[in-house]
Ligand binder design. Structure first.
Ligand code: ATP
Ligand code: FE
Length: 332
């Protein structure tokens, strides 16, 4: 099948075209408007999606070099995400599908982050364990089949991406902080400042305590030395990143061992983090895991992953109708 997929759950407007499971185009328009506010402003995100969606879709058709008449279905992100942002993609997809008289496919954004692993080789074998780490979620997921997944652990408060972004903000780094912190961490000492590594019972995560610990540590230090942050910036970044990665591994390793699963994947925006990618490689070598790390373009939000999920739903005949509506807290 040939499918157009739309992603508009947060602050990236994206369109992709997939044919026979191969991505022909994956166009992403990011929204710079949020930088001045230090975070995503939902109303501004909706308006930017409205402006970007037509040119992004047009570019996807241009890159894929196909005509609208060749589409067999139109897919969209139904949730989770910001309601106003989701509405733009959902409404566009419904109108487009109705105009072409082709079926609609709704996709769960968090499942799609995981299914990004089926875009390129090598592909994980079922069942595999996926640590999904993004701006709004931190989930340990057992993946039994393309559309059969179970969340066995998740964050009880902040997402790890949020912890990256908020820590970066405390250090005075520009939004979005995660990538900036990653870059600076590369030249710092990860063991210079021992930030707490929270370990809840069971498979669940907590990241709000680390953030608070960093806040009070920085307050304390800058009281004695106003230049503390600038003088220790790389070491602070490396130490924060180290604590966040260790917190993730505290749950990932026991879960993999308890389930006897050796195919281990990471997904979501934070899987672009170079420290996490390296730590997973090293841990994998030590434990005899087959590790799966997405290409950078499929880590953060993109419609390519929505298209991949839609491909599997098309093959199973899972379609939606014109009554489909966004669900900001969509579960699976
Ligand atoms: P969700 O997928 O939970 O709905 P989202 O779609 O907003 O949330 P993603 O686009 O998947 O999130 O990921 C964005 C997050 O990834 C942000 O928190 C960002 O800081 C983080 N991120 C991106 N690159 C890096 C990096 N190199 N290091 C650390 N964090 C990163
Ligand atoms: Fe996402």
């Amino acid at each position: 099948p040939t499918i157009l997929a739309i992603e508009s759950s947060c602050d990236d407007t994206s369109a992709a075209i997939i044919r026979g499971g191969k991505i022909l185009a994956n166009v992403v328009a990011s929204q710079a408007v949020h930088e001045q506010y230090g975070g995503v402003v939902p109303e501004l995100a909706s308006r930017a999606h409205q402006q970007n969606i037509i040119p992004v879709v047009a570019q996807a058709f241009h890159t894929a070099n196909i005509a609208k008449s060749e589409l067999n279905a139109v897919a969209f992100t139904r949730g989770p995400g910001l309601l106003g942002a989701l509405l733009v993609g959902t409404s566009f997809a419904k109108a487009f599908a109705m105009g072409l008289n082709v079926p609609l496919i709704e996709v769960n954004h968090m499942q799609a982050h995981i299914l990004a692993h089926f875009i390129d080789e090598p592909k994980p074998a079922f069942p595999f364990l996926c640590l999904t780490v993004s701006g709004g979620h931190t989930q340990l997921v057992v993946v039994r089949d393309h559309l059969d997944m179970e969340i066995i652990g998740q964050t009880t408060d902040d997402a790890v991406g949020e912890a990256f972004d908020k820590s970066a903000k405390l250090l005075g780094l520009p939004y979005p902080g995660g990538p900036a912190l990653d870059k600076l961490a590369a030249t710092g000492d990860p063991n210079k400042f021992p930030f707490p590594i929270v370990n809840l019972p069971g498979n669940d995560f907590s990241f709000s305590g680390i953030k608070t610990a960093i806040l009070y540590f920085l307050k304390d230090q800058t009281k004695q030395n106003p230049d503390f942050i600038t003088q220790n910036l790389a070491d602070l970044c490396a130490s924060i990143q180290n604590a966040l990665i260790k917190t993730l591994f505290k749950k990932l390793i026991p879960a993999a061992e308890a389930l006897h699963i050796k195919d281990i994947a990471i997904a979501g925006g934070v899987s672009a983090n170079s420290g996490l990618r390296k730590a997973l490689q090293e841990e994998g070598e030590k434990r005899g895991w087959n590790v799966f790390i997405p290409a950078f373009q499929y880590c953060t939000d993109n419609a390519g992953m929505i298209a991949m999920a839609a491909h599997f739903k098309y093959l199973k005949g899972e379609f939606s109708d014109q009554y489909a509506s966004p669900e900001p807290r969509l579960k699976f």
